[in-house]
Write a protein that binds this ligand. Structure first.
Ligand code: HEC
Length: 107
């Protein structure tokens, strides 16, 4: 009985993670981020895997960057390309930023 409950919990946690990831992925495409950021290959912007590594999967640190409270750390000399999108990020609420950040850091 206990084991069944545990399996159910694991299943439920898995599902809720998935829901979170897909919402972040949706936002990522909807907001046009995917135009410059690929999953694992650096293109116009750094790959999501590069961002994830440099940020040590630290969501709080990434949130600070999103809110304009921290300087870019990856390619600061190319920040001008990213800059117009910072205004969009600053207008998004914490919940959306968190979901977006979790999606990026899942790579
Ligand atoms: C027009 C191309 C372009 C678009 C669209 C774009 N980015 Fe970027 N992004 C860049 C470039 C170039 C860099 C590298 C400069 C830098 O490190 O800040 C970058 C860097 C970043 C970084 C790393 C910041 C750091 O510390 O250096 C994050 C995180 C990021 N982008 C997230 C996003 C998100 C989220 C979106 C969608 C809202 C987005 N980007 C849309 C071009 C883009």
């Amino acid at each position: 009985m206990l084991k069944k409950g545990f399996l159910l919990l694991v299943f439920w946690l898995g599902l809720s993670n998935l829901a979170l990831a897909t919402e972040g992925e949706k936002l990522f495409h909807l907001r046009g981020c995917s135009g410059c950021h690929e999953a694992t290959k650096d293109s116009v912007g750094p790959a999501l895997s590069t961002i994830s590594q440099k940020y040590n999967r630290d969501l709080n640190r990434l949130m600070k960057f999103f809110k304009g409270q921290a300087d870019p750390i990856i390619w600061p000399d190319k920040f001008r390309i990213m800059e117009p999108f910072m205004n969009m990020l600053k207008q998004m609420d914490d919940k959306d930023l968190k979901v977006l950040g979790e999606y990026i850091l899942s790579f």
